[in-house]
Design a protein around this ligand. Structure first.
Ligand SMILES: Cc1cc2nc3c(=O)[nH]c(=O)nc-3n(C[C@H](O)[C@H](O)[C@H](O)COP(=O)(O)OP(=O)(O)OC[C@H]3O[C@@H](n4cnc5c(N)ncnc54)[C@H](O)[C@@H]3O)c2cc1C
Ligand SMILES: NC(=O)c1ccc[n+]([C@@H]2O[C@H](COP(=O)([O-])OP(=O)(O)OC[C@H]3O[C@@H](n4cnc5c(N)ncnc54)[C@H](O)[C@@H]3O)[C@@H](O)[C@H]2O)c1
Length: 469
């Protein structure tokens, strides 16, 4: 048994933990990075990258099947499920290998493969029998795929994000449980790959969209490709190598599916971490109460970053939070509170769904624009969806937006920058808008905000759109 010491100990070598280790080291700390597997981050192995690889294949199939509108006839589009999944894994493994190669760049003695359990505020027992005594700690243990009780016991027929990318071939039918980010992305992708997909959610809303008009568009567009059952409570059992799914609530029924994907949320992974021994104050969900700017848990020398804190389970937040947590753990007790970037989530459906900044309330003006008649969207035969942009009623300052339209993944960045810089609708209208682009479709919404607030239309900019904008 060895007793290790460090200035900053980081538990979890995912995107948050790696960023924390790096920033603590840059701040002069002697670091120890402990992970039970060093799998190469959730993002690369079972998260962002394999899911986007599957979506890329699905969209290729979809586009190949939908060329007739352009006068291009593509006959007999065939999906080779085994080849699709082989490419997903092959490319995914390269992303994982790149992350794993970065572990070699860590200073000698920094990385330790073990499962850690708190034995005191900054002390740990490792499952290899060693112990760790540290000056401060970063918890970056990520999250795990939660399986509700009525969906347990399905063995390999019950998939989660941890197993779906390992299947050798596409199933004939798939029930997707949960209409959040994972459920929406995977349901649409699998449907486009020719799998018969039905999506179930016990809520009546999809994808965390805030406004009923966005919800309605989501249900209509996703529902055009995938059978939707909202407000449905589900139970499942094994039957002759398949899954029998029964549902009740807003609708009821039952059917056999070849596989089921359980995407009902990913709570923080604290199992076996011994949080009790850390002496931290926990919220009702058992998550340490922490400051979202400093990442500090109470006034303890303990910081928490990434999916483990259940605040904003997306990659750029994991990296940013890890960076802040690592630096503050190194500087403790002289900690810093950098300003966070505006909330920003993107769901990679087609069209993509972007939700950013704050929601509308009684003190906001909303500018809306439809993409059903937008020039560039019509050119590309993708004319559907909408944008809603929110601004402070007092001065037209942009505070948030919901976009569910072609190009939303790119345009949301434009809006995020404007919100972050505290710009008004008028200031955003001052930038050049090239014609014909998806970006032009934002202009009616921004002009509406100008007309309804003290934000004036910018001088020297055309107030009418080009034909077909
Ligand atoms: C299917 C899917 C698709 C996604 N797509 C996107 C996307 O397109 N864009 C986006 O921004 N985000 C996406 N996300 C979210 C994003 O991947 C996560 O927010 C991010 O990867 C979380 O990083 P993390 O460091 O918090 O966790 P992880 O990368 O999971 O790291 C946690 C680490 O802690 C280790 N660990 C846990 N407990 C212990 C212990 N007791 N002792 C030692 N080690 C321990 C684990 O082994 C693991 O390596 C997706 C997520 C999923 C599931
Ligand atoms: N593009 C992206 O950035 C991206 C993609 C995938 C995942 N993620 C991240 O991964 C995290 C996990 O994703 P997720 O989709 O699992 O979670 P989620 O919290 O986004 O959605 C879970 C959904 O499951 C439903 N649900 C919960 N229990 C249920 C039950 N018993 N029966 C039926 N429905 C039930 C909920 O109502 C909800 O709609 C998200 O927080 C997200 O940030 C991000």
């Amino acid at each position: 048994m060895t007793c290790h010491t460090a200035d900053v100990t980081i538990i979890g070598a995912g995107s948050a933990g790696l960023a924390a280790e790096r920033s603590a080291r840059d701040a002069g700390a002697r670091t120890l990075l402990i992970d039970e597997a060093f799998r190469g981050t959730l993002c690369a192995s079972t998260g962002c990258m394999p899911s986007k690889l599957l979506i890329a294949a699905a969209n290729a199939a979809y586009q190949a099947r939908n060329t007739d509108v352009f006068g291009i006839i593509v006959k007999d589009v065939e999906v080779d499920g085994k080849a699709v999944m082989t490419r997903v894994r092959h490319e995914r493994d390269k992303f994982v290998a790149a992350v794993q190669a970065s572990f070699d760049d860590l200073p000698a003695g920094t990385a330790m493969k073990a499962r850690a359990r708190f034995t005191g505020p900054t002390q740990f027992a490792l499952d290899n029998g060693d112990t760790v005594n540290s000056r401060s700690v970063v918890i970056a243990t990520g999250a795990y795929a939660f399986i509700p009780e009525p969906l347990r016991g399905l063995g390999s027929l019950g998939l989660t994000n941890e197993s779906i990318f390992e299947i050798r071939d596409l199933p004939l039918s798939l029930a997707v449980i949960g209409g959040g980010a994972i459920g929406l992305e995977m349901a649409q992708a699998m449907a486009r790959l020719g799998v018969e997909v039905e999506l179930f959610d016990h809520a009546r809303t999809l994808g965390g969209a805030r406004h009923p008009d966005v919800q309605e568009a989501l249900a209509k567009i996703i529902g055009g490709e995938v059978a939707l059952h909202l407000g449905a409570d589900v139970t499942a059992s094994k039957e002759n190598g398949q899954v029998r799914l029964s549902w009740s609530g807003a609708s009821h029924g039952e059917r056999l599916f070849e596989r089921i994907l359980i995407a009902t949320g990913r709570p923080p992974a604290f199992d076996g971490l011994g949080l009790d021994a850390a002496g931290l104050e926990l919220n009702d969900h058992g998550v340490p109460i922490f400051d979202i700017n400093t990442m500090q848990c109470g006034d303890a020398p303990v910081f928490i970053a990434g999916d483990a804190n259940a605040h904003a389970a997306v990659l750029h937040e994991a990296g940013n939070e890890g960076s802040v947590a690592g630096r503050n753990a190194a500087l403790y007790p002289e900690i810093e509170a950098p300003t966070r970037t505006p909330p920003f989530t993107l769901t990679f459906t087609d069209p993509p769904l972007a939700i950013l900044g704050d929601a509308a309330d009684k003190d906001t003006i909303t500018g809306c624009a439809s993409y059903a008649d937008q020039g560039r969207a019509k050119i590309k035969a993708r004319a559907k969806g909408l944008v809603r942009i929110y601004a402070a009623a007092s001065d037209g300052r942009l505070i948030g937006a919901e976009l569910y339209c072609p190009g939303a993944d790119h345009m949301a960045h434009l809006l995020a920058h404007a919100i972050q810089r505290g710009e008004t609708a008028s200031e955003l209208l001052e930038i050049p808008f090239y014609h014909p682009t998806f970006e032009e479709g934002l202009k009616p919404a921004l002009r509406h905000i100008c007309a309804s607030t003290s934000a004036r239309l910018p001088a020297g900019r055309a107030s009418q759109d080009a034909p077909g904008a």
